[in-house]
Design a protein around this ligand. Sequence first.
Ligand code: 5GP
Length: 346
Amino acid sequence: LTYCKRLPKIELHAHLTGSLSDETVLKLLNSKLKCVHVNLPKSAEVTIRRGHRRTLEECFQIFGILHYLIDNLETVKNITRDVIQEFASDNVKYLELRTTPKSVPNKMTKKDYIETVLEAILQEMKTNCITVRLLLSIDRSRGIDDAWNTLQLAKEYKTHEIYKNLICGLDVSGNPACGNLTNYIPVLEEAKKCGLKLAIHLAEIPNEAETLAVLRTGLVDRIGHGTFIHPSSGGSQELLYYVQHYHLPLELCLSSNVKCGTVKNIEDHHLAHWRKENHPVIICTDDKGVFSTSLSEEFHLCAEAFNLSQNELNELCITAVEATFQSQHEKQKLAQLIQNELKSCT
Ligand code: 5GP
């Protein structure tokens, strides 16, 4: 674990709300308790500790509780600050955060929410040794109109005078059992026309028809989870073909998948199949708070389960650079930084 902590890491799949640490959730609970007199869960109930499991449905209930706690701009600023500082102190050098724009009547609009997150990102980049970018999330359970609205907001902030360099794309997430991603393809087409990159949760649960329809469009830039894509993990040759054809990096979140039960054990994780194919994989946390983990711990789990050497761990850090949603010039700079840090690591 010490070596994994020292590694200069890149995090490409982190949902803001799911990344809240116990400390941050406790602060939120305490300030909520000052305002309302209801029975709220203890912090431990919104995190899933080592060895414990919850179904995907139960995880989505946890997000509901967290969203209930994040109901004003001061809180949005504080949680964004805490999450960035925690990634920075885990030696994450580049972070792509993702979040679903939210509004609370009389308290904040979606624009307020986004601007507060972006402002906190700018602030934290000044004082921490980390580069942060933002993806706006489309929540597939909220319907197509909400998705168009999220795209509109992303377009607006992508050309915003102050924040334009911070928004790099869209994420599509939300409960995979809700809705059908095929209906969202027109939104994704429009997003690509506007220069937004797309990271899409695909095949998190078995759904070959939907996954194939989305992959065939050629619009996807990165895949989140992709658990049921490889033929050896319940997918098919055709799905594998498209992922390889478009050379789509996979954002893999070991603890998340095992704790939600979409993968039985770490040793059975589809990461092994993709490594055999020599296909680019990125180790990510997904929701470091909810799943009670850190990026260093995910690297450590991966090293233990698949017997990875220090060189192989270094390679994982380097592979991630190419998968970032940055310009070629920015990638070169980041690659240089990672290489330099790796030298002092070994
Ligand atoms: P937020 O967008 O509020 O910052 O982060 C929490 C949201 O991210 C959840 O409500 C959900 O839409 C999405 N999310 C977090 N983890 C997962 C996951 O493992 N799978 C999927 N499909 N969505 C997730």
